[in-house]
Structures are given as structure tokens and as C-alpha cells.
Ligand binder design. Structure first.
Ligand code: SF4
Length: 450
């Protein structure tokens, strides 16, 4: 079977040949060896969702927006961090040069610097990572290495914040490209959340009906800013991951009459539905409308108030894709991430976190055909790890996370060589009070039991 890596390379070579642009190639870049990498295409020849995916990220960094990929149409906050220009040494390097520079710098830095790679990162980043995992696994990896002076976090901004909160004060957490945010996390700003809280408090009052329960408990998904985790810590709330969302909701219902869940409506809805809560008890809070677009009565009747946020990668999966997979591959097992819409989760054979998806594929009998509803880089890597299975992404259009895609080897090479030179670029620092309050919400999560 042709590996995804080969597909990427072939696509890059075809593009390079088609352009016949050797003469116009930027100075210092050998003709025919661009480091531009069109995103992996499935063997079916499927297309990608955005032609801009073949652009170098430093071309995208100049403009506002999340860049090409799944979040391209999402509104980016005006104050989202921008990445400054990269030195030409990196933008004109070949893939092979970047690989060699990263490897050499990493070796020279030794255990002083740890590279953390998210599951959704491209292969040419993951191959250099000391740890690969989801956001919380990586933040914990940071906590478990007190000897390291710096962690280079190849993920997105909120993940680097969490790693900074959990790591030691002398340890630096670095995001190689500051433009690597998360459109879902950005859908709930601290100002909007505080406004929501004021309105909820006014609508629900202090009334607890003699139950002793708080009127509402704030719960935030890990995929949120440190400011919102801190808000939850200050207000009797808690953080959850996609692995423990049900346990966390049970913890919250033991302390409150209802929950307000930030920022992913789909994880909140899917978890609450699995607990037997009806849709009519899950109003959606739209942050630009008074009372989130609800009546006070609807809020009083609510069990889970869902923030109107979503992941644009997982929102792309549909029931029609599942039906197509079943028609084309009778007996296929369909597993999806709980950030997918509820109808998709219901139509699938199973739903769960990245860890659940990994374990399902690890445990599958040889020959099993599995369609997966999650990010394409992870799905492709899982197929590579189990060549005796057929594993494919439900979405026939290749559409990666726009912001994970911003971590290109050129940024990693620049970051590591800067560290070697005694500089600390792109350090992510969470304010002391915010970090302390966030830790309260994270520790509640770690202590929560089913
Ligand atoms: S996959 Fe979705 S939730 Fe994860 S970083 Fe990308 S936009 Fe954010």
C-alpha cells in the first residue's frame, strides 16, 4: 500500500513539475525540492478543502484569519496573536535541510529541551517529538519533566497555556508559531463568559430550592483559554477532557442544579444525551444575544446550558458520510470523536476521545475496516501503524485543522536553533493569578471520580 507520506511527496512533486517554475523559484531553494507540502490526499484522489493548503505558512501568517483548512471561515478575534516573519534561512530551506537542522539542534540541546507533539500534527513534526499525545497528556508530560528547561509545544495556543500552568515557574513553554490558535477556544472569550455569568446569575438568582446546590456550575472543556479555566476555578467549576466529560458532569450535578458548558456545544450535548438528559433541557447560549437567545424560563428548566462553540474539523462529519462508508464497505466499523454533531455520534458504532479511537484501532482484528470521524493526520498515522487494517477518514475531502497546520518544520527549526543560541522565542506565559485559579479547576478534574 502506498503510504501517506509517499502520497504527500508525489503530490508535492506533481505540483512542482506542473508549475515548471524552477526558474522562478526563490533564491536558495533548489528547483524541484520545495518544502511546500500539499496535504495528504486519499488514494481515491480526493481533493483538499482549500487550495491554500499548499502555501507555505509564513505566506499565510501575514494576513488575519486562521488560514486554510477546516477553520478558514471562522471569525478570528482581533487580538489573536500574529507570528512575525521567519528569517530567510528557514523559509528558503529544503525539507531535508530543515529535518537535519531540527535533528542536529535537538541532539545538541539534549534533555534540556523536550518537544511535545499533538496527535493532529503533521508527520514531519511528530517524527521529532519526545512525546506525542492529546493536549492534556502533553501538559502532564511537561509536569513530569522537572529537569527540562523548555518545552517546545507543537500544538495550539490553549495547549501551551495549560503546559505553562502545570510546568515549573523556571520552565519555558514555547509555541513555535504564535498564529497557531484554536478557533473553537476563540469562540468563548473571557468577556463573553463573564457577561453570560452575570446574566445567568440575575436570571437564576441564588435560589437553590432548599437543595443546597449551586444554581449553576461552570464547566469548561480543556480546549479553552486559561482565562476561562481560571473563571471556572474561581466560581466553583471544573475543567473536562473528551475522555472524562461524563465523570465531570456527574461531579458538577452533585454540586449544582445545572451546568453551563464552554465552549464546545457538541461535546456537551453528546455527553449529556448519553446521561439521559433530553435536548429540551439543553438550551444553546449565543453570546451576542440577551440571555443567550433564551427565556429565563428555558434557563430555569435547563440541565446543561451549551455555549455556541464548535470545532470546525469535527463539524464537517455528516450522517451522509457514514451512510456512504457503510454502502461502500459493508461491515465497516464507524467510530467518531464526540466533538462531532449529535446525529453523527448517534449514527456511528462508537464515539470517544482520541485515546478511545487509538485503542479501538489497536485492538481491532486483522482485516477490519474502520471509518474514523476525526482529524486527518491522526487517521492517516493510525492506518500506517496498522497496515493489516483498512482505516480511513469519513470525510472524503482532506481538511486538516487550520491552526495545527501552522506548525511547520521551518518554525520548529527556527525555535530550536534560537534556543541553542541562548534565546527563548515565542514563550507562552500565563499570568500568576490566572494560572493559580486555572490550577484549581484542573485539580478538581483530576480528583473527580465517577
Ligand atoms: S482540531 Fe478543532 S478543537 Fe482541535 S485545535 Fe483544531 S480547531 Fe481547535
Amino acid at each position: 500500500m502506498t503510504s501517506v507520506h509517499e502520497l504527500i511527496r508525489e503530490a508535492a512533486e506533481r505540483e512542482a513539475a506542473g508549475r515548471a517554475a524552477a526558474a522562478r523559484a526563490p533564491r536558495g531553494r533548489p528547483a524541484g525540492a520545495p518544502h511546500r507540502r500539499p496535504i495528504a490526499l486519499r488514494a481515491t484522489g480526493a481533493s483538499s478543502c482549500d487550495a491554500g493548503l499548499s502555501s507555505d505558512p509564513w505566506a499565510i501568517d501575514r494576513g488575519p484569519g486562521y488560514g486554510p483548512g477546516a477553520s478558514a471561515a471562522d471569525a478570528i478575534p482581533g487580538d489573536a496573536p500574529r507570528q512575525g516573519p521567519l528569517p530567510e534561512r528557514y523559509t528558503s530551506a529544503t525539507e531535508e535541510q530543515l529535518h537535519d537542522w531540527i535533528a542536529a539542534a535537538k541532539e545538541a540541546l539534549g534533555s534540556r529541551v523536550q518537544i511535545l507533539g499533538h496527535f493532529y500534527q503533521r508527520d514531519e513534526i511528530v517524527q521529532h517529538a519526545d512525546f506525542v499525545g492529546d493536549s492534556f497528556m502533553l501538559a502532564q508530560a511537561a509536569k513530569q519533566h522537572p529537569e527540562a528547561e523548555a518545552f517546545v509545544f507543537c500544538g495550539v495556543h490553549f495547549m501551551a497555556e495549560t503546559a505553562d500552568i502545570l510546568s515549573g515557574p523556571e520552565q519555558a513553554v514555547i509555541l513555535p508559531n504564535l498564529a497557531a490558535g484554536c478557533s473553537m477556544a476563540d469562540m468563548a472569550t473571557i468577556d463573553q463568559v463573564e457577561q453570560c455569568w452575570r446574566e445567568l446569575t440575575a436570571a437564576l438568582g441564588e435560589e437553590n430550592g432548599g437543595s443546597g446546590l449551586q444554581p449553576v456550575i461552570p464547566v469548561t472543556y480543556m480546549n479553552s483559554s486559561a482565562a476561562i479555566k481560571a473563571f471556572c476555578g474561581r466560581n466553583g467549576g471544573i475543567v473536562c477532557t473528551s475522555s472524562n466529560a461524563r465523570t465531570v458532569l456527574e461531579w458538577a450535578f452533585a454540586r449544582g442544579q445545572r451546568v453551563v458548558f464552554f465552549p464546545d456545544q457538541h461535546l456537551g450535548r453528546n455527553t449529556a444525551k448519553a446521561m439521559g438528559i433530553g435536548e429540551e433541557q439543553m438550551p444553546l447560549w449565543r453570546p451576542h444575544l440577551p440571555l443567550g437567545g433564551n427565556t429565563a424560563e428555558q434557563l430555569r428548566e435547563a440541565r446543561v446550558i451549551l455555549w455556541n462553540g464548535f470545532c470546525s474539523v469535527h463539524k464537517r462529519f455528516t450522517v451522509a458520510q457514514i451512510e456512504q462508508a457503510r454502502a461502500e464497505h459493508p461491515g465497516v466499523r464507524v467510530i467518531v470523536h464526540p466533538e462531532c454533531p449529535a446525529a453523527v455520534v448517534e449514527a456511528a458504532d462508537g464515539a470517544g476521545s482520541t485515546e478511545y479511537i487509538r485503542k479501538e484501532i489497536e485492538a481491532a482484528a486483522p482485516g477490519t475496516v474502520i471509518a474514523v470521524g476525526t482529524e486527518i493526520n491522526l487517521v492517516n498515522r493510525l492506518q500506517q501503524q496498522r497496515p493489516d487494517l483498512t482505516v480511513f477518514c469519513l470525510d472524503p475531502v482532506v481538511c486538516p485543522c487550520s491552526t495545527m497546520y501552522r506548525i511547520h518544520p521551518a518554525y520548529l527549526a527556527w525555535t530550536l536553533e534560537s534556543l541553542l543560541a541562548g534565546e527563548t522565542p515565542n514563550r507562552i506565559v500565563v499570568d500568576g493569578t490566572v494560572a493559580a485559579d486555572s490550577r484549581v479547576a484542573l485539580e478538581r478534574m483530576l480528583a473527580a471520580r465517577p
